[in-house]
Design a protein around this ligand. Sequence first.
Ligand SMILES: [Zn+2]
Ligand SMILES: [Zn+2]
Length: 285
Amino acid sequence: MTEWIMHNEPLIRMGFFFGMLGLMALWEIAAPRRALTISKAVRWTNNLGLVFFNSLLVRLIFPAAAVGIAAFAAEQGWGIFNYHSVPFWLAVLVSVVAMDFIIYLQHVMVHAVPALWRLHRMHHADLDFDVTTGARFHPLEIILSLLIKFATIIVLGPPVVAVVIFEVVLNATAMFNHSNIRLPLGLDRVLRWLVVTPDMHRVHHSVEDDEANSNFGFNLPWWDRLLGTYRDQPRAGHEGMSIGIHKYRDPKQVAWIHGMLLLPFIGKVSEYAINRRTWSQPNED
Ligand SMILES: [Zn+2]
Ligand SMILES: [Zn+2]
């Protein structure tokens, strides 16, 4: 089983990625939440072009991937779940939830640390919010995420299956909760107790500092509620709110790949640190 998963992991992930992308794209056409400011052709070419570039880069730098690290940790007997014998289902469940919590903490960290915000702001600079936003991250942030994930796996020792489940689920929920779809409000209210919904995560993409400093969860919505970063709705409403970063509104800079790749390197690091109003001010205005 583990062997089969290890062997087919890239295919499993790709299958889920394209399946979910197609599904959400059709849903966005059938029931859109907001009108886009940048054409779909430009958004898809550049955001997905970047995803393609990132995938190649990651394969090149880290051919073993997260499942490889999990298998290696198991062989060596490293990590909590390889050291203690715990029922398999419990190890899988706790691993998936724990990895999601680490992603939440990492997300708070990349907002709070000015130099890391430079990498993460490329995700936020998107002027619209749709399924392709969910996959657009700067390659340096992807590498940082992977290193944190590898460290988590070595400490935790999760079953290989848990890592695959986590990656597939996180990928699917990220595309779901970034999508430009209109969900019935009643359904959203119930659903956001179980999973981060598009209306919940859209608040995080607001140009307003306090709104962007809330709803850090990508998958499970509980961390925001437990740790005090939950915000119900944007003040200006979902149709009236502005998405992106005040300072970066030029499509050349925020919608085209070359501009996006350069975004972390604009301006001085210290200049930003001085301008910070609160510990976690992410949006420069
Ligand atoms: Zn963010
Ligand atoms: Zn996001």
